[in-house]
Design a binder for this molecule. Structure first.
Ligand code: F6R
Length: 580
């Protein structure tokens, strides 16, 4: 994880780097740091949010400079302390790093045996030491030699105290080169440089870019590489709060329009989506919410008569999967860069079965390397907790299912979704009131059967990750096999009940917990006689989850707000999990 940004050009880089880091903060926010190259190199670091680093910089006399690199960290090797924060310097070399060096320990021992001293327990300092070790007057050559010895993932932005240059290289971690007017940027995410340029170049693995103030050269193994300049279709508004207090709320409120866009794009042009009818087996793989979207997909495709397995990517990649030749592996990922999901995709690709990516980020690793891909077109999602991307992942799965088994009712109902979502999301007063009754609790349970279980898993994850309330979700029939002993007088239990076929069963299970003191919150499409209930419109079965989840997202938001949590950047998390 971690976010990096580098600048070389005509301006003083401090503001560009700090504002860029703020846009990258979703990638990690344990600590941050900046290095500026003037006559000398100045490094400033601080623990915690970017605002701490900004305060520190505002209170120091910083050097004159036109070159700088900066980093926001999600700790992997070494605690989130100031000393472990990036940039790291050894000898001539100062660098920032996103990724994990798996052989850092061996490399460190080798360098220590040569008399090199280390100040931190980070893998990044080892990279700086290795490049410095090979530096004999040519930085690019030193980087080239060093990366040949690295195992793991890295995106690096590097400066040398004796040169007015900036270097960058990547392997498995994202890094792009931004091209401005007489200025260049390197960054983990285009969003960090949108105020200055929309032009960018995707760097291939182990291609080293050397940037000076007036040109750039990309090379791999001493050969020049020419890469197309792409133009991002993101706008600055995509990355601004637009009047909302939090990105999470902004992004939830984008759901109606984004759903409308995708519906209009596909419902009368369903041929634009891949046809899954030809597959006998489908494996769906993702992490966290993307996995829960996949679970919803499993129920949809099973109803279409296809055999489906759904796995979390970190398990799938290590399982002994027996592939039949008519198997499709669907990879679901907002970022398209989740390390475990990438590994699952490569495993399937290596086994010669088709892969289909359902992703948000165009040109991300998963999008590029899968056999087929469908973009969910959510725009930039900044809040760490996914909301709109989840809804659009489910929408694409639902459209794929409709393509297998089309029917008129679906076509009618899908067009109503945007308006129904809007009405549901407008009930903020109602969600706030429910949140008032929840926020003091320390344990909350969710339950549901079949697709309602998948919905309840997502509702539970959303609540716990943003509000820090312990919350668990169970298959409704399973509670009485153990967990029911945790139900006390007043324990809140959400029951998700949207599937007609098992409605009565889930209601019976809800009654079981009510008779043991639980306070129920019913989420369903049929009105019932419970005090706390969220009634959603009844729509085609394949669309129902799209209306059931947004109210749960709203409740999670308002509970977190009441508890004073850092809603967009919950503790210990990062948006893009690019490490195993
Ligand atoms: C939860 C959340 C995570 C992600 C997961 C996968 O709100 O956002 O569980 O869904 O880390 O990320 P992507 O979709 O980028 O692969």
């Amino acid at each position: 994880m971690c976010g990096i940004i580098g600048y070389i050009g005509k301006r003083n880089p401090v503001e560009i780097l700090i504002e860029g880091l703020k846009k990258l903060e979703y990638r990690g926010y344990d600590s941050a740091g900046i290095a500026l190259k003037g006559n000398d190199i100045e490094v400033i670091k601080s623990v915690g949010k970017i605002s701490n680093l900004e305060d520190k910089i505002n209170n120091s006399n910083i050097i004159d400079s036109n070159i700088g690199i900066a980093h926001t960290r999600w700790a992997t090797h070494g605690e989130p302390t100031e000393i472990n924060a990036h940039p790291h310097t050894i000898g001539n070399i100062t660098l920032v790093h996103n990724g994990i060096i798996e052989n850092a320990k061996e490399l460190k021992e080798k360098l220590q045996n040569k008399g090199i001293k280390f100040n931190t327990s980070t893998d990044t300092e080892v990279v700086a030491a290795l490049i410095d070790y090979y530096y004999k007057g040519n930085t690019k050559e030193a980087i080239e030699k060093a990366i040949k010895e690295l195992k793991g993932s890295y995106a690096l932005a590097i400066i040398n105290k004796d040169e007015d240059k900036l270097y960058a290289v990547r392997c498995e971690s994202p890094l792009i080169l931004g091209i401005g007017e007489e200025e260049y940027f390197v960054t983990s995410d285009i969003g960090a440089i949108l105020p200055y340029t929309k032009n960018y170049v995707l760097l291939g693995e182990n291609e080293i870019v050397t940037l000076s103030k007036d040109n750039y050269i990309i090379e791999k193994d001493d050969t020049k590489v020419f890469r197309k300049v792409e133009i991002s279709n993101l706008s600055i508004e995509d990355t601004s709060l637009n009047g909302y207090d939090h990105y999470m709320m902004k992004e939830i409120n984008e759901e109606p329009i984004l759903v409308d866009n995708l519906v209009k794009k596909y419902i009368n042009n369903i041929d634009k989506l891949p046809d899954l009818k030809k597959y006998k087996n489908i494996h769906i793989v993702g992490c966290g919410s993307a996995y829960y979207a996949g679970m919803i997909g499993k129920y949809l495709f099973e109803d279409d008569g296809i055999k489906v397995e759904c796995d979390v990517a970190s398990e799938y990649r290590y399982r002994n999967i027996i592939y039949d030749k008519d198997t499709l592996v669907i990879l679901i990922s907002q970022s398209g860069e989740t390390a475990d999901t990438i590994a699952a995709m490569r495993k399937a690709n290596d086994s010669q079965v088709d892969t289909l990516a359902i992703v948000n980020v165009e040109s991300s690793t998963i999008e590029r390397e899968s056999t087929y891909s469908v973009l969910i077109e959510a725009g930039k999602e900044i809040a760490v907790a996914t909301t709109k991307a989840f809804i659009l992942q489910v929408l694409i799965l639902s459209l794929l299912s409709y393509k297998i088994n089309p029917d008129d009712k679906y076509k009618e109902d899908i067009k109503k979704l945007p308006q129904q979502l809007k009405v549901l999301l407008d009930k903020t007063g109602f969600y706030k009131k429910l949140a008032d009754s929840i926020y003091k609790h320390e344990d909350v349970f969710f339950m549901g059967r079949k697709v309602d279980y998948a919905i309840s898993m997502e509702g539970s994850l959303k609540l716990k990750e943003v509000s820090y309330i312990h919350s668990d979700s169970y298959q409704a029939g399973e509670l009485k096999h153990g967990t029911i002993s945790l139900v006390n007088e007043g324990t809140i239990v959400f029951a998700i009940v949207t599937d007609d076929e098992i409605r009565d069963k889930t209601i019976s299970n809800l009654e079981e917990v009510i008779s043991r003191g639980a306070k129920p919150i019913y989420v369903g499409n049929v009105d019932v006689n419970y005090e706390d209930k969220i009634i959603i419109p009844k729509v085609h079965k394949k669309l129902q989850p799209i209306l059931a989840v947004p109210p749960l997202q709203m409740i999670a938001y308002f509970v977190a707000l009441k508890r004073g949590c850092d809603i967009d950047k919950p503790k210990n998390l990062a948006k893009s999990v690019t490490v195993e």
